[in-house]
Design a protein around this ligand. Structure first.
Ligand code: PLP
Length: 352
C-alpha cells in the first residue's frame, strides 16, 4: 500500500489478506468458532514450519509463558532469570507462576541477555532461564544452553519477536524445554491475539493441554465434537487459555506468508541501513554469522550527547512527521511496580 505524507503511518499495523478473510468468514458460517479443526491444523502447520514434534496453540504468548513455567513445576520462591529489556509479560508470567524474577543485564551491542551476567545471577534457587530473542536477533544459545545443562535448569525461550529466527541452523524455540510465540497484532504474523507453545516432551505437551483448558482431562477438548458425548473431569485448577478457530483461521494463512513477509522486512531493513548510515544514531548490528535474524524491530539507539536530541524529543519529532514509533522498551526496572516488588533482586539502577 502507498501512503501519502499526510497520512499517519501506524506502527506495526498488520497485513491482512483476502485468504484469511475468506477462511474467517467460512469459520463463522459453519458456526464452529471455538477450539476445533482449524486450531489443530494451525498447530500442525506450525510444527512443520519449525520442525518441532509438539505445538499447542493458546490465546497469547503471555499464556504460553505462564503455562510453560507451570509445566516446568516452578515452586514458590524459585528464581527465574530473564532480561530487563523485554515486554512486561515475560516478568509478569514469572510472578503469576509463583516465581521470583531475577534480571541479568543485556549486552549493549546486541541488546540480548548477556550469558556472563546470567552466570553471575545463578543461585541454588535458580530454576529456569527465559532469554528473549530481542528484535528477532538470536541470543547466544551455545553459551546459554551450556549454562542450562551445567546447572540443570529449565530453558524457556521467549520467541515473541522470533518466529523466523534461527541460530546455527536450528530454529528459535526448539533449543530448550519450551518455546513461546506471539501472534499479537504487531508481531511478525498475527491472529489478532494468539500464541503458540513448543514443548520438547510429550509429557509437557499433555500437561499444558490440560492447564490451558480449565484443568480438564484431555478428552475434554473433544467434548463438543460429533463423536458422541464425552464427560470431562477436572484434574487440576487450570486456565482459559485456548485458541479459537476464528484466530487459527487467520493464522493458517499468515503462516503461509511468513517467509514472504520476512523477505519484505529484510528489504526495508536494508533500505533503512543505507538511508540512516550517516546519521548520528546507533543502528542495529548486522545479523551474526550463521544465524537468521527475524527482523521484527528495527531498533535505533538515540543518544542525546551524540544526536543532539534525546529519545523523547525524537519520538515527538517522528510523530510530527506522521510516523508511528514504539519504545522497546522502558526497561523492567523503570516501572514502579517492579521497583517496589523486586527491590531486593533488582540490582540495576533505574535512570528515568
Ligand atoms: C509481545 C510480547 C510478549 C507477549 O505476547 P502476547 O501474545 O501479547 O501475550 C511477550 N514477550 C515479548 C518479548 C513480547 O514482545
Amino acid at each position: 500500500m502507498t501512503r501519502t505524507k499526510d497520512q499517519f503511518l501506524v506502527f506495526g499495523s498488520p497485513a491482512i489478506e483476502e485468504a484469511e478473510i475468506q477462511e474467517l468468514v467460512a469459520s463463522m458460517k459453519t458456526g464452529w468458532l471455538g477450539t476445533g479443526p482449524k486450531v489443530m491444523q494451525f498447530e500442525g502447520d506450525f510444527c512443520a514450519y519449525k520442525g518441532a514434534k509438539h505445538a499447542i496453540a493458546v490465546n497469547s504468548c503471555t499464556a504460553a509463558l505462564h503455562l510453560s513455567l507451570l509445566a516446568a513445576d516452578l515452586q514458590p520462591g524459585d528464581e527465574v532469570i530473564t532480561t530487563p529489556l523485554t515486554f512486561c509479560a515475560t516478568v509478569n508470567a514469572i510472578i503469576h507462576a509463583g516465581g521470583t524474577p531475577v534480571l541479568a543485564d543485556v549486552d549493549a551491542a546486541t541488546q540480548n541477555i548477556d550469558p556472563t551476567q546470567v552466570a553471575a545471577k545463578i543461585s541454588p534457587r535458580t530454576k529456569a532461564i527465559i532469554p528473549v530473542h530481542f528484535a528477532g536477533r538470536p541470543c547466544d544459545m551455545d553459551t546459554l544452553c551450556d549454562l542450562v545443562h551445567r546447572h540443570q535448569l529449565v530453558l524457556i525461550e521467549d520467541c515473541a519477536h522470533a518466529i523466523e529466527t534461527a541460530y546455527k541452523g536450528q530454529p528459535a524455540g526448539t533449543f530448550g524445554d519450551f518455546g513461546c510465540f506471539s501472534f499479537y497484532v504487531t508481531k511478525n504474523i498475527t491472529t489478532g491475539e494468539g500464541g503458540m507453545i513448543l514443548p520438547r516432551t510429550q509429557a509437557a505437551a499433555d500437561r499444558i493441554k490440560i492447564l490451558a483448558l480449565h484443568g480438564m482431562s484431555q478428552d475434554a477438548w473433544k467434548r463438543f465434537s460429533d463423536k458422541g458425548y464425552n464427560h470431562y473431569q477436572v484434574v487440576e485448577a487450570g486456565f482459559k487459555y485456548n485458541m479459537m478457530d476464528l484466530q487459527a483461521a487467520i493464522g493458517i494463512h499468515q503462516l503461509q506468508r511468513v517467509t514472504r513477509y520476512w523477505q519484505r522486512r529484510q528489504e526495508i531493513w536494508q533500505q533503512y541501513n543505507q538511508a540512516f548510515a550517516d546519521l548520528p544514531i546507533q543502528l542495529p548490528l548486522p545479523p551474526a554469522a550463521n544465524t537468521v535474524h527475524g527482523y521484527h524491530l528495527y531498533t535505533l539507539l538515540v543518544d542525546e550527547a551524540q544526536a543532539g536530541l534525546g529519545r523523547d524529543a525524537f519520538l515527538s519529532a517522528m510523530h510530527q512527521q506522521q510516523i508511528g514509533t514504539g519504545v522497546h522498551y522502558l526497561s523492567i526496572p523503570e516501572h514502579p511496580y517492579y521497583q517496589e516488588r523486586l527491590a531486593g533482586s533488582l540490582r540495576i539502577i533505574p535512570r528515568l
